[in-house]
Write a protein that binds this ligand. Sequence first.
Ligand SMILES: Nc1ncnc2c1ncn2[C@@H]1O[C@H](COP(=O)(O)OP(=O)(O)O)[C@@H](O)[C@H]1O
Ligand SMILES: [Mg+2]
Length: 321
Amino acid sequence: MVEILDELPTGVMLSDDAGEVVYANRAALDYMGLDYEGLKEININAMMRQGAGKKDLMFRTKGDDSITVKFSHIPLSGGSTALILTDISEIHRLQQEILRMDKLASVGELTSGIAHEIRNPLAGIKTTAQALQEELPGNDHRSAYVSRIIVEIDRLNKLLLNFFDFAKPKDIQLKNCDLKKIIEDAVFMVQDTARQGHIRVMEFYPTEEIRIKADPDMIRQVLMNIFINALQAMPSGGQMEVHLENDGANVEISVSDTGKGMPEDIRSRIFDPFFTTKAKGIGLGLSISYRLIKMHSGTITFVSGPKGTTFRITVPKELRK
Ligand SMILES: Nc1ncnc2c1ncn2[C@@H]1O[C@H](COP(=O)(O)OP(=O)(O)O)[C@@H](O)[C@H]1O
Ligand SMILES: [Mg+2]
């Protein structure tokens, strides 16, 4: 009987009337990241009181991954309790992802909507200013004012177009590309900034060439965003490492810094649009990167600790539709 329980993919725990754990199957120990010894430290009654009102409890497994576990609490006769633990990490992750995509879509719509609304009257102002300029005699000194208006309108227009681009990326243009070259290009673009900030950049590439079907501009943009964040996380210098690895049908790019890392409470929000901890930050870099990588059917994840942060991007070599 007990052996059968150990084979279950669901966690089962029993506690006595004092809340002491008297039994836990293998899945339960796994979810809790504990062994039998560690379990003695836990009091189920206290834990249920603490988590009162919460349906799901988060647990950290022995490794670095945190998992989301759903608890069902079944009171048994005599004051003892049975707990059923289900790993709902995947469901939880998907929910978070849907929420994020939803937010991104509405931000994109909103910003491009506003950009459009501003560009229309701007076009009207420009036409009128041009008409005015034509009316003025050639030697009229006020003509310089009107020219100035037109130049400023053009500047504003360009700014809006850029922002538009930024917030709402173009359609994906797949090309057969040499990934190492794209990474080198992106590194090149931040090299000066790194040098000035006393940051050493190290690149690690496999000996064989890695070709993928991807949008090179998008991949470069994602890398730049991650590189810049890495550099900004090391205000007093450090090291950034970029690794490219071949992983069968996928390629993996990782970017590590020796920076300050991220406090636990912001980790779930860094991909949110407009989330930033920087005085002059916009908070769009990672949310856009996230979307661009999703457009490649890839994943972007990170681990962060006091010694720095590593972002990991995985992209299939051939885009799966
Ligand atoms: N390598 C990193 N080290 C520490 N924190 C990071 C790192 N990358 C991203 N972050 C955190 O994620 C937030 C969001 O990043 P991002 O979307 O690029 O916006 P921004 O750079 O404008 O703040 C940053 O403000 C920072 O708090
Ligand atoms: Mg950034």
